[in-house]
Design a protein around this ligand. Structure first.
Ligand SMILES: Cc1cc2nc3c(=O)[nH]c(=O)nc-3n(C[C@H](O)[C@H](O)[C@H](O)COP(=O)(O)O)c2cc1C
Length: 177
């Protein structure tokens, strides 16, 4: 019987890993990093993939597609959750399976090397805008500026509810196939 064998993830500072482990504890499917080769699978086994967003790109997705068959994909970023952002990410990353965008968080002190430098560049425009006054920013932008300055996590079970529903549907569908 075909089934979703694992939750595969790519995480840089831990938020995507937190989501993957939370999801694993709920649906009782093991969570493994995409680079992990310790679980021996047949080629391109069905999995759920979770990856963090880096300048609009879902990191780890390319490798996940090469190694597995991601039947459900989720992206984790610092942008507040909205259908509009989810749609943009799905388009930019050529996603044609059920897709969810989840707000993760930010801990600047966990950023190292290249990503630290890159983050300084990608966050500059919004921080510049913030310097001109709070009134210049939308609610979402205000939340992101606060996250950049103070850090924080939005990881919670509630954000996973829709993905869990889709997993249950997919599981039932695979059982029938
Ligand atoms: C270099 C860099 C670029 C980022 N670009 C985006 C982005 O385009 N959109 C977004 O929502 N978040 C972006 N983020 C924020 C991360 O996606 C967010 O902190 C996420 O929770 C990180 O997950 P992780 O802890 O699993 O690595 C970026 C972070 C870094 C360091």
């Amino acid at each position: 019987m075909a089934e979703i064998k694992a939750i595969v993830y790519e995480s840089n500072t831990g938020f995507t890993k937190d989501y993957a482990e939370l999801l694993s504890s709920i649906i009782k499917v093991p969570a493994i990093p995409v680079i992990d080769n310790s679980m021996i699978f047949d080629k391109r086994e069905a999995v759920i993939f979770l990856g963090w967003v880096c300048a609009g790109k879902i990191n780890g997705l390319r490798m996940a597609r090469l190694k597995y068959n991601p039947m459900i994909i989720a992206a984790v970023g610092m942008t507040p959750m909205s259908d509009k952002y989810a749609f943009t990410l799905a388009q930019q990353n050529n996603i044609d399976v059920p897709f969810y965008y989840l707000q993760g968080g930010l801990h600047r002190e966990r950023l190292k090397g290249f990503y630290k430098l890159m983050f300084r560049m990608v966050s500059r425009p919004i921080l510049r805008k913030a310097e001109k006054g709070k009134s210049q920013l939308s609610e979402n932008e205000q939340q992101m500026v606060s996250l950049i300055k103070n850090g924080g996590s939005f990881v919670c079970r509630e954000n996973l509810e829709e993905l869990i529903k889709k997993y249950e549907e997919t599981k039932a569908m695979l059982k029938m196939a």
